[in-house]
Write a protein that binds this ligand. Structure first.
Ligand code: GLN
Length: 471
């Protein structure tokens, strides 16, 4: 899709195409964007129309999640505390996109500091699901998924700490990839839980995701955890004959919606008809993953978010005679929303002397066991398949006051971040009019195989062709 769009923009006008997208966004009720970079983007499109250039994304617009730094464009993480913060530098991924000629349209709405699975914790109000506007788009990259699914941007970037690319991809019926930890530089990504998160693409097709990975993946000296990239587009069209797919038994059954479960088994049959083989496998520590994830994520968040003191970034109110502690507390009390405050408090508690061993250290030990589960499974199989989410998109307001039920929805996505392996969500069916996502997981740096299987599945099924009627 993006390659065709790129080719068509050479004979049409990139400026006209972009203006049509901005018109759509301005009339839209999805609330997918927090900041639009209309003038800058249109200027860039005009330049492209005069002199198209050769980049992989020349003239193609892209939307960027509000926690990925963009020089000159507000990067607020959908938080009051960062309102008005305009970074003086670009994230590595943004530099790479610009170098390939992509046009940054603006920043997308998200759960505040990426903490959530529904985009309801945003200080800018919830984003709506284009398939049913009474439902959430998933989160935390809900704005990125909704703008792509709703036809307001041809592609977007999100970030995935515990499912934040795959969950909204699944709920909005598009493709979303969480790369292997270290494959994409986190330089310029505002940290929530940095040992878990990666930036990843949200697109209409698997080929588009592979194209974006060609651009954003690879070593960057400013992120010492970053690794060399592989090749993603070249092998995409290969077949899946003989590929061994493991079905983790812990990812089916209790708590999984029956329509979701049926769609995923049908997807396994499609892959089987294409020549893949499947077998049951076990990831025995799965039931401890959510608890370990939330302890680790909140602990890291409590430390990472200490930098938002109102002095260096965003919201700033200095009272006349107040001491620093009072100012600091007031700004943080006003600037952070309730979910972020809760996580800072819980994370601080988990790291405090006396509780560190009982919670944080224990969670790290569980993390190792979960990683070993995956390593063992990948000795026998090439890929694992499961539902991305146990349920289709839920109603706005339905779970936000019941944090446990919201956290439970991440049960199949967080183990992947704990293990650091890659996983993609591809559309595999519908429950009524709401999309369902198939999750394909691979071993560390196994993106090429994950994407090849996802591409073969997509080519054999019609789900990615359906688009919502957004009014
Ligand atoms: N829902 C998970 C959380 O709230 C994952 C979020 C994410 O991946 N950023 O932490």
């Amino acid at each position: 899709m993006l390659l065709e769009l790129k080719a068509s923009l050479r004979s049409a006008s990139a400026e006209e195409y972009l203006c049509r997208l901005f018109e759509k966004i301005e009339k839209s009720s999805l609330n997918a964007f927090t900041t639009l970079a209309r003038e800058k983007a249109i200027e860039q499109a005009r330049q492209f129309d005069k002199n198209p250039g050769q980049g992989l994304m020349a003239g193609v617009p892209i939307a960027i999640k509000a926690c990925i730094s963009t020089i000159g464009i507000e990067t607020n993480c959908s938080s009051r505390i960062l309102r008005g913060y305009v970074p003086p530098y670009d994230a590595h991924v943004v530099e790479r996109l610009k170098a390939e000629g992509a046009i940054i349209m603006g920043k997308t709405n998200m759960d505040e500091f990426a903490m959530g699975s529904s985009t309801e914790t945003s200080a800018f109000g919830p984003t709506k699901n284009p398939w049913d506007q009474t439902c959430v788009p998933g989160g935390s990259s809900g704005g990125s998924a909704a703008c792509v699914a709703g036809g307001e941007a041809p592609c977007a970037l999100g970030s995935d700490t515990g499912g934040s690319v795959r969950c909204p991809a699944s709920f909005c019926g598009i493709v979303g990839l969480k790369p292997t930890y270290g494959l994409v530089s986190r330089f310029g990504l505002v940290a929530y839980a940095n040992s878990l998160e990666q930036i990843g693409p949200l697109t209409h097709t698997v080929e588009d995701t592979a194209l974006l990975m060609e651009i954003i993946a690879g070593h960057d000296w400013r992120d010492t955890t970053s690794a060399e990239k592989g090749s993603y587009l070249a092998g995409l069209k290969g077949d899946v004959r003989g590929l061994k797919i493991g079905i983790p038994k812990e990812y089916f059954g209790e708590g999984v919606n029956t329509e979701v479960e049926k769609a995923v088994w049908d997807a396994v049959s499609v892959l089987e008809n294409l020549g893949a083989k499947w077998q049951e496998v076990s990831l025995p520590h799965t039931r401890y993953a959510l608890a370990a994830y939330y302890v680790i994520a909140m602990s890291e968040a409590s430390s990472n978010l200490a930098r938002f003191d109102g002095l260096r970034y965003g919201l700033r109110q200095l009272g006349e005679d107040e001491d620093w502690h009072t100012t600091f507390s007031e700004i943080r009390a006003k600037g952070f929303g309730p979910e972020v405050k809760k996580r800072i408090l819980l994370g601080t508690y988990a790291l405090s002397a006396g509780y560190y061993g009982r919670y944080y250290l224990k969670a790290l030990k569980v993390r190792t066991l979960i990683k070993e589960d995956f390593q063992r499974a990948f000795k026998d199989v090439d890929l694992l398949a499961s539902p991305t989410m146990p349920i289709p998109a839920f109603k706005i307001g339905e779970r936000i006051n019941d944090p446990l039920s919201l956290y439970m929805a991440d049960v199949f996505t967080v183990p992947i971040n704990l293990a650091g392996v890659p996983a993609v969500s591809v559309p595999c069916g519908f429950a009524g009019r709401l999309p369902i996502g198939l999750q394909l997981m691979g071993p560390h740096f196994g993106e090429a195989t994950v994407l090849r299987a996802a591409h073969a599945f997509e080519a054999a099924t019609p789900f990615h062709e359906r688009t919502p009627e957004v009014v």
